[in-house]
Design a protein around this ligand. Structure first.
Ligand SMILES: NCC(=O)CCC(=O)O
Length: 331
């Protein structure tokens, strides 16, 4: 850390360099561009479920055609990557979750549709059983317990189906132990050596995921909570150990999630590991900001400021539902 020398007032007047827009631009330390954004989208297979998500105003569940249009919009706006979250048919969710690795599940169909429409756009996926699990958990549940090793085997099948469908970046969000190593080994073995892993490495058991669960139809489903696999929000050292572990197992990039309440973790992860670091500005953060903006309580600049803060905290990029709006503002 540099040690700035500050002459005493009035020799130093820090306001001198804040006086005009050009002077401020000269000493601006942090930038934000569309290249820093990953756009998460929801894709539904349920007729009639498309349209706005009430707890995420401005965000819609999309049909496959809608997903293609979103991909084209992302490309026009120079957003480099889109991340697909499936909204599956409730009737087809089971305890055994076999649709999670079905090549024709809605997530995999969306990957193929987007890669066909906009081949150069990077497609990121979600790896966890919850969209296909009857009880809303990320892993298999037996007698109230979330099974680790059996879940990891299923996640490997899920990952291979996504890689086969053309995914560029896999996003294991499940927080089972040992999954990054298992995924990396299977990808190498099955000829997908260039598929990247962006690990949800420091994923906290947060109250800020509420609107997302509405979006994917998991709100009424979740039995209990996710505290036996996601990190206690107060645990900084444990988060760092998770990141170290995932990098050692072969993650190409790591994520901190949620974002704004965890900027200290972002900074520390970047400084310690110097790996590509992302934050997820989650649904609850989006809902708070967008709700206040819609009520006229905040200006739209709050959106830009929130994303700039991730950059200042060391993040290379941010998954944000604001991605297209912000890219439009920046264009
Ligand atoms: N596995 C993905 C998420 O849980 C997203 C959370 C959110 O946006 O609230």
């Amino acid at each position: 850390m540099a040690n700035p020398i500050i002459a005493p007032f009035p020799s130093t007047r820090l306001r001198r360099m804040r006086r005009t827009a050009n002077l401020r631009a000269m000493i601006s330390e942090t930038d934000l561009s569309a290249a820093n954004l990953i756009w998460p989208i929801f894709v539904t297979e349920v007729a009639g479920a498309e349209g706005e998500i009430p707890s995420m105003p401005g965000v819609e569940r999309l049909t496959l055609d809608g997903a293609k249009r979103a991909a084209e919009r992302a490309a026009r706006l120079s957003i480099p990557a889109i991340c697909i979250f499936p909204h599956s048919d409730q009737e087809l969710r089971t305890e055994t979750c076999e649709r999670a690795w079905d090549p024709d599940n809605i997530g995999n169909r969306a990957i193929r549709a987007i890669k066909e429409a906009v081949p150069e756009l990077a497609v990121m996926t979600d790896i966890a059983l919850d969209p296909y699990n009857i009880n809303g958990h990320d892993g298999f549940v037996v007698d109230g317990e979330i099974l680790n090793d059996e879940t990891v085997e299923a996640l490997v099948k899920m990952a291979l189906a996504q890689a086969e469908a053309g995914a560029d970046i896999l996003g294991p969000s499940d927080m089972m132990d040992g999954r990054i190593g298992a995924l990396r080994a299977a990808l190498e073995l099955e000829g997908h050596k260039d598929v990247a892993i962006l690990s949800y490495a420091a994923k906290f058991a947060s109250a800020f995921y509420g609107p997302f669960r509405d979006a994917v139809g998991a709100s009424g489903r979740l039995v209990g909570d996710k505290k036996t696999y996601q990190i206690n929000p107060g645990n900084r050292q444990e988060a760092l150990r998770c990141v170290a572990r995932d990098l050692a197992e072969g993650a190409d990039m790591v994520m901190v999630k949620p974002g704004m309440p965890y900027l200290d973790i972002c900074r520390e992860v970047k400084d310690r590991f110097a790996a590509p670091t992302f934050a997820y500005q989650v649904s609850g953060e989006y809902a708070m900001l967008e709700g206040a903006i819609r009520n006229g309580w905040l200006s739209r600049d709050a959106m830009l400021e929130s994303l700039l803060a991730f950059r200042r905290a060391g993040c290379d990029g941010v998954l944000s539902y604001f991605a297209p709006a912000v890219a439009e503002m920046l264009a």
